[in-house]
Design a protein around this ligand. Structure first.
Ligand SMILES: NC(=O)c1ccc[n+]([C@@H]2O[C@H](COP(=O)([O-])OP(=O)(O)OC[C@H]3O[C@@H](n4cnc5c(N)ncnc54)[C@H](OP(=O)(O)O)[C@@H]3O)[C@@H](O)[C@H]2O)c1
Length: 390
């Protein structure tokens, strides 16, 4: 029987994976490495995440099915917990997904993953170590179509520290752990859930809604976005984890050429879902030259009162930069393995828009990604010394 070590069970995709696996009644044992003070607290954290996918009673019932190992994956190499020893598979989802965390993000994602890989060396029955990266390691100068082997590339121009850390992790795993059965899965942009809409998470969905409310695009309406829903990502990850043989050790989990969506199609989907707003007239703008225009428009639509909305404007700018990339990630490898293509965004956007929260409330649910980390202790001490001498 598979015994699967899962990191990131309390996150968006981890919750979707557990929901899918446990509801489906698979015969695997799921061992969840969770940051918590004790097993019961960890179980409650998992149940809280699962309750975004199902009712509270079922979430509790499902959470009882997993083995909880309290711990931090970044210290897994010194974690001698024997429950980890006989794992046959690792699904490594945990990551610091905040965009502006720099050194802390690198330490967690790069150094932490290598610590987990060292721990995996002490799992004698290990069959697969599925590391989840991100297709966005392509950076800002990628071609319109990106194939798996095009990246990581040393000369990629990254827009955020998060993708630097994810690219370096892949490089180091390949360099230092050729003895491990590592497979890398790189989702593109995960938005919503194909049947539960924004219930499990409104992460990134609020960006599409904000663009619609602002009626501003930093690119032509014919340019594309490569978006996939969390439930499809979960199902595909479980498939990649447990399929006995795979032709490759690196896969995009993406919409690909057939499933990608143009901005014009996104706009049409908004018009169909919310017809009372009529036909949308979008303005194409330049992210740099029209910075002030975006700020004025944002203030008109959302207001700029308070730190939440100011953080939201910064996040909108950052996401618009990604939206303008017009990049599509090849999914031929995945389809050739027999996995189903992802549902297209216009097909499931209506269900995402049916959930009631406001755009600002949905952004607030995503705020951890945009938190500016506190200064490191040395920097704080230097700042204090300066303040004292002033
Ligand atoms: N969502 C996307 O659009 C997307 C796209 C491409 C790739 N990905 C990748 O998919 C993976 C999962 O993403 P997600 O959106 O589900 O992330 P998420 O919602 O931000 O969840 C992150 C998870 O990592 C855990 N974690 C972070 N640091 C940890 C540590 N030191 N020890 C133990 N657990 C730790 C968190 O635990 P706590 O609850 O304790 O904080 C949480 O469970 C990530 O590797 C991400 O890079 C995501």
């Amino acid at each position: 029987m598979p015994r699967i070590l899962l990191t990131g069970a309390t996150g968006l995709i981890g919750g979707a994976v557990l929901h899918r696996a446990l509801e489906g009644g698979d015969d695997a044992t799921w061992v969840c490495l969770v940051r918590c003070a004790g097993v019961e607290q960890g179980r409650q954290r998992i149940a809280a995440r699962l309750s975004r996918f199902t009712d509270a009673f079922t979430a509790q019932r499902l959470a009882r099915k997993v083995e909880v190992v309290p711990g931090d994956f970044t210290r897994a190499d010194i974690d001698r917990d024997p429950r980890l020893d006989d794992c046959t598979h690792v699904l490594h989802l945990a990551a610091d997904t905040s965009w502006w965390g720099d050194e802390r993000v690198y330490r967690t994602n790069h150094d932490g993953t290598l610590a987990l890989a060292r721990r995996a060396r002490a799992m004698p029955d290990l069959q697969r170590f599925l590391h989840v990266g991100t297709a966005m390691i392509c950076g800002a100068d990628a071609d319109e179509f990106v194939a798996e082997d095009d990246y990581p590339a040393a000369d990629a121009r990254h827009m955020v520290a998060y993708t630097v850390s994810k690219a370096a992790t892949e490089t180091s795993l390949a360099e230092h752990f050729p003895d491990l059965p590592v497979v890398v899965a790189r989702p593109s942009i995960v938005v919503g859930h194909a049947s539960l809409g924004a219930g499990p998470s409104s992460s990134i969905l609020w960006v599409l809604r904000a663009a619609d409310a602002l009626r501003m695009l930093p690119c032509a309406p014919e340019s594309h976005v490569d978006v996939v829903p969390a439930d499809w990502v979960a199902e595909t990850l479980i498939g990649l984890l447990t399929k006995p043989t795979l032709a490759h050790d690196l896969y995009h989990l993406s919409a690909g050429a057939r499933g990608r969506t143009t901005w014009a199609e996104v706009i049409a989907a908004f018009e169909a879902a919310e017809p009372s707003d009529g036909r949308r007239a979008f303005r194409q703008f330049d992210l740099v030259a029209d910075r002030a225009v975006l700020r004025r428009r944002f203030a008109e639509v959302f207001g700029l009162d308070g730190s939440l909305k100011q953080a939201m404007l910064r996040a909108v700018r950052a996401y618009y930069a990604f939206c303008a990339l017009d990049v599509t990630f090849a999914n031929d490898r995945l389809l050739a393995e027999g996995f189903a293509p992802a549902p297209t965004l216009p097909a499931y956007l209506p269900v995402c828009l049916a959930n009631g929260a406001t755009i600002v409330e949905q952004f607030a649910d995503d705020i951890e990604m945009f938190a500016v980390p506190p200064p490191a202790p040395e920097a704080r001490a230097a700042g204090d010394a300066l303040a004292a001498s002033a």
